[in-house]
Each structure stands twice: as C-alpha cells, then as structure tokens.
Write a protein that binds this ligand. Structure first.
Ligand code: SF4
Length: 331
C-alpha cells in the first residue's frame, strides 16, 4: 500500500486483507471483531467472537495494541482486562443502547434502596457500572452466577430485562429485582414474527439469544407444544456457533443481530440459517467500517481510556464471574 493512499478512499479488492495485516504488523496490533460486525471486518480480523471471549484474547495476546472492532463498552472491557495495552476502537462513538440504559449514578441510587443486595451485571455495561458491580455475568452463565448467590440474598440484576426474566424463570427465585433496560435491536425481534416463521418451517430449529424480546415466546412455543422443546435453543452467540456445528437440522431460524448469520454460515455452510427479523441490525456495530479500521491502524484512533481505579474494581467483578465457573460468552 502506498503511504500516501487516502485513508478515506473506498477499500475493496484482494489487497484489503493484506493492507490491514501489514498495518497491524507495523503497529504490533491484533485486530478483534465482534460477531455483529460487517462481514468484511469479520473476514479481515485476526479473531472473531463474542465480547468476553475477545476481551480474554486481548489480555492473553502478545501484541502491544488491541484494535477492537465492536462497540465502546466492549473495548472498555478489553482495557479492563488488559490495562497495560493500548486499546483502540475505530470509532469511539459506537455506543450501545443496552449499556446506556443504566448509569453508575442510577445504579448507586438503586443499591441505596436495597442495602445488602448483590449486584449482578451483564457484561453489556460501561466500566463505571462494572465498578459498582459485585459480579458480572454473560448470557451463557447468568443462571450459574445467580445460583452461586445464597438463596436468601436479594439480587439486583441489570441491565437487560429479557435476560433477567429468563434467569428469574430458570432459577425460580423471587428475590431478583430486574432493571428495565433493553437493547432496541434485540427487543425488536418479537414473538409474533418468531411464531409465524416457526409455523412456516416446522422442521427448523430455533436459535434464540436470551436478550431477545422473543425469548419468552420461544419458551412458550416449546412448552405449549407448538415447537418441540428440543428444537428451541436459548443460546449466547458463542453457544450458537457450537450448536451450528452440531445441528442435524437443515434449516435454523436465528433470533439475534443479523451479523451473526455470517459466522453461522461459515461454521455450517450446509445449513440454511435465516433471520427471524432481517431488520435486526445494530447501527452502532455497523459504524465500524473498513475505512475507519484502516484509519485506526494508521493513526492510532480512537484510544480507549479507563480510570485505573474503576478498572481495578470492574476487573474484580469480571474475575469473580470467571471464578464461579464456565465464563462462556457474552453477547
Ligand atoms: S445489538 Fe443491542 S446490545 Fe448489542 S451492541 Fe447493539 S445496541 Fe448494544
């Protein structure tokens, strides 16, 4: 690549991968991409995965710089787990409606109303909220984390109301208070669409992310006998990939952000994966473009900073989760 090549020039063609990898070599950087990124970003990244798996890769990597193609709280989590490394996100404005549904001040006020309660936060939270958290959880271990807390302790579960409802239903606990947050992308995947798609393809399996508004509908469909229970799978994004490799089904309906279809089709090309809602595309994730990734690698933008004291407290909450058992994957 010419050093004078315009950063914002459209990036196409076979040398795209070579450009990115050469820039990464020069910066001693590793490029990580979340499962909801644009396909061309997923294809060029050194690693693709869910938010927690990528943060753990960031912590273990030899590279000095982590380029996190995802949303801002994910890059913050990488910085929390790898404080000595430079963490870049190609566009710091890539936020998350779920992480933004609770602030640290709101959490402190909620804790004051429930003294002694244990705070369990899904990993989709800002560093400031993680610093106020006792133990983090992912969608695949949320039940396990809650079950590790003595039955007589109150729990404040945040920020996702659908994941919270799923955990409350599975554990049978009635002393879980759930924050009324939601991801506008996942909440838009509704039960009516799921039911219609499931009825139109009675042989299909259903892969449902528990943050989806339709997780309840999926379980209802299973318990009502509309869809055999063994065909309904409530899975984290990492769990979906494992299930895709093992499935014997010819078609699978997928209820999560549509970027996930790219990895599923790569994992099991013979299976027909279809979105329950093909408009479920996260606009924040799609803010990371090939042009911004190149600019990030060339110019070192945008660097992610987390206050060291907040990072240390947030790290404890993540490490408590890892100590409880299988950390699984987040979104
Ligand atoms: S899909 Fe929802 S939870 Fe995920 S990053 Fe986008 S806004 Fe946040």
């Amino acid at each position: 690549m010419s050093p004078t090549q315009a950063v914002d020039a459209p990036i196409t063609g076979a040398d795209w991968v070579e450009q990115v990898h050469e820039l990464a070599r020069r910066r001693n950087a590793v490029v990580l991409a979340h499962n909801y990124q644009l396909p061309e970003i997923q294809d060029v990244a050194h690693h693709v995965g869910d938010s927690l798996a990528l943060s753990r890769i960031a912590a273990a990597a030899d590279a000095e710089t982590i380029v996190f193609c995802g949303v801002h709280f994910m890059a913050e989590t990488a910085k929390i787990l790898a404080p000595e490394k430079t963490v870049l996100i190609p566009d710091a404005a890539a936020g998350c409606s779920l992480a933004d549904s609770i602030t640290a001040d709101e959490l402190r006020a909620w804790k004051a109303e429930h003294p002694g309660a244990v705070v369990v936060s899904y990993v989709n939270t800002t560093a400031a909220v993680k610093a106020e958290t006792d133990v983090c959880c992912t969608s695949s271990n949320a039940v396990e984390v809650v079950e590790s807390i003595p039955a007589d302790r109150e729990i404040l579960f945040l920020p996702d109301q659908f994941l919270g409802a799923h955990v409350r239903r599975v554990t049978g606990r009635d002393n879980i208070h759930v924050w009324a947050g939601e991801c506008h992308v996942h909440a838009g995947i509704n039960g009516a669409e799921l039911t219609a798609k499931a009825q139109a393809d009675p042989e299909a399996e259903l892969f449902v992310h528990p943050e989806c508004g339709c997780a309840t509908s999926a379980l209802y469909l299973a318990t009502a006998g509309a869809v055999p229970a063994e065909r309904v799978k409530i899975l984290s994004t990492g769990g979906m990939l494992d299930a895709a490799r093992r499935t014997g089904a010819r078609s699978v309906l997928v209820a999560t952000e549509v970027g996930m279809l790219h990895q599923l089709r790569r994992a099991a090309p013979e299976v027909d994966f279809r979105a329950v809602n093909d408009r479920a595309s996260c606009p924040y994730m799609k803010m990371i473009t090939p042009e911004k990734l190149v600019r990030s690698l060339r110019e070192g933008t945008d660097e992610v900073h987390v206050d060291p004291e907040l990072a240390a407290r947030g790290r404890e909450a993540v490490q408590r989760m890892i100590a409880i058992g299988r950390p699984g994957g987040g979104e």
